[in-house]
Design a protein around this ligand. Structure first.
Ligand code: FES
Length: 208
């Protein structure tokens, strides 16, 4: 008996229909499972296994390989600070320390309220806008230690339902690496990537 909401089961069905073999849908379904439970639970992985007809161990093999599948609870806002070479050369260590200080936890941990998690990561693909970080995988380029502190305070006080790159960049970023041009319509609703077709995103600024 599925624990998932009817709409989630329907999205899962639509995703699986895109693939010749159901098991190829494991990775997007894992994000759906995270959106259902807030992180990737044993029950969520079992649900995915059941849906695509493989064993829970096979699902775990995929889930445990990728760092974006969180198998422990994380905060409402997951801040991922890149510390790879381009960002490191432009002050990423100072940004990370500012985040840790403002959040009151070392990287890899979540504050006592379950609001902010801080982690560091290898290159997040924004080297031209280094140093860069993400909030729930929404990007901010050319961040500074002071802006990183402001970001943590803002997340705690504003508690935004949806976070989107455009707003984050305007509030806390410096110069973006290029003119992004296209307005962002969807943002992240939790500590997992925002994919509107998967139902893991919501319109930025409310219903359209
Ligand atoms: S090195 Fe930080 S985004 Fe590539």
């Amino acid at each position: 008996m599925s624990r998932w909401r009817q709409e989630t089961r329907e999205r899962a069905r639509q995703i699986m229909a895109r693939y010749p073999q159901k098991r190829s849908a494991v990775m997007p379904l894992l994000y759906l499972a995270m959106a259902e439970d807030g992180y990737l639970t044993e029950e969520g992985m079992a649900e995915v296994a059941e849906l695509v007809g493989i064993t829970p161990a096979q699902v775990l093999a995929a889930a445990s390989f990728y760092t974006m599948y969180k198998r422990e609870p994380v905060g409402r806002y997951l801040i991922t600070c890149c510390t790879s070479i381009s960002c490191m050369l432009l002050g990423a260590d100072d940004v990370l320390h500012a985040l840790e200080d403002a959040a009151g936890v070392p990287h890899g941990e979540t504050d006592a309220e379950g609001v902010i998690s801080v982690e560091h990561a290898e290159c997040i693909g924004a080297c031209g806008g280094a140093p860069a970080l993400q909030v729930n995988y929404e990007l901010i380029e050319s961040i500074t230690p002071d802006k990183a502190r402001e970001l943590v305070q803002w997340l705690r006080s504003a508690h935004p339902e949806v976070v989107g790159t455009d707003e984050l960049q305007n509030l806390f970023g410096g110069s973006p690496s290029f003119d992004w041009a296209i307005r962002e319509d969807f943002g992240a609703i939790g500590p997992y990537p925002a994919f509107s077709p998967l139902g893991t995103a919501a319109p930025v600024g409310g219903e359209e």
